[in-house]
Design a protein around this ligand. Sequence first.
Ligand code: PHE
Length: 488
Amino acid sequence: MERARWASRTVFLLAAIGSAVGLGNVWRFPYLAGKYGGGAFLIPYLIALFVVGIPLLVLEFAVGQKMQKGAVGSFKKLHQAWGGLGVFALFSSFIIVCYYAVVMAWSLIYLWASFGVSWTQDSRGYFFDHVLQLSESVDTIGGINWSILVSLLVVWLLIYFCVWRGVKSVGKVVWLTVPLPVLLLAVLLVRAVTLPGFLAGWIFYLKPIWNALADSEVWIAAFSQIFFTLTLAFGVMVAYASHKDEHDDVAKDAYLTAFINSGISLFAGFVVFGVLGYMATSTSVRVADLAASGPGLAFVVFPEALSLMPWPSFFSAVFFLTLLTLGIDSAFSLVEAVNVTILDTTEHWKPQTLSLIICGLGFIGGIIFTTRAGLYFLDIVDHFVTNYNLIVVGILQTILAGWFYGAEKLLQYINQVSDWHIGRWWSLSIKWIVPLLLVGLIFNQLWVEIQTPYEGYPTWALMIGWLLLLVPCIVFIVLLFIPASTHT
Ligand code: PHE
């Protein structure tokens, strides 16, 4: 069967940017920046972007485009025994999309609630007690929270209708889902800079705190955020690039995607911290204290700040619609990536049926996060999958492409098709710098983790995180060795 193609280069770019730009930019990036002290986070973040993000994105685009297959097929073509790496990547990103859709479901609930600005009295209570109905600890699962479950179902239906006709429908939807949230963010930025106190927020956001850089935790957070935000090691970018023509440009598309994505994160930072600056001024709480609220930033502190503004309903609705439209093209990119990988190996399935099954499984996989203990599970799973799985897949990708296939060979291909030539620094970083740096980071993180279990959660709960790492590792290793005789 003829491989499906993007309608144009712009459509591919929109889709890749749509996958990259998501809740990672507006929910995750600002809360990490806030948690690690604003300016202190930006430096490791930018270093991670240049040292690891861009080289890896070039790699994924090149591999997908050259091999013309989804993650499993492309990695197999790099080396016949390495198909399992694609399974590893897709498994990890599938887990991510399961909780990602739940965060979208919260956003949908908030969008609905915006009309009454229901959280005005007590934004913390509204989020934790009313929306999440959070139990006191992860030990009390407390049954399913039906409103989140219903909202999750709606989110998955929306995702399904964006991908049901594969690359064709994705190519149409991205014309709306990529520019719209950026426009909405711009509306919010204009609002922020016309409020008193926004500068205090910006100073917190931009002012470096040098001694915070000595903490290894901020580095691992920055590197894993780069993986998350660029959709790296998800298997998605490989699949998306596989629908391009083999002779298309690689380098320019990778640079554009990376810069636009980080540009939008930085932009979102100005919006969020500008609004926090306003809130700090009107409530006399320090920006640093407001910003340190973790994953709740977008659902507790920010809505509260919105409720203090004139026209609270309007701006709240704009914000939550932004979150939803941002999230949707990331979520469907993953469905599409799994879809492509399966369709590479069989023609028995209709893409529509397959997408429906994947969306259904995503919904089922998300149920655990809709329980009263959902937020704890989300926190644990996010910690393990982003800080370990993505980084391990990243390391393995550089070993596979850099050493087994040959970074020089891949670079030659990239330079053959690209207008902007990439220097030898790229093969050096793929073979040495990226893997060594990531291995160092991950061992350091393991060392810290063993001494102090993550956030003091009970062992049984942390076991879920470890299993989510171990299972795909084992599958990968088994696939690497067992069928060795059957490959040739
Ligand atoms: N890059 C996305 C973001 O920053 C992350 C993502 C991609 C999540 C694909 C799920 C699926 O939001």
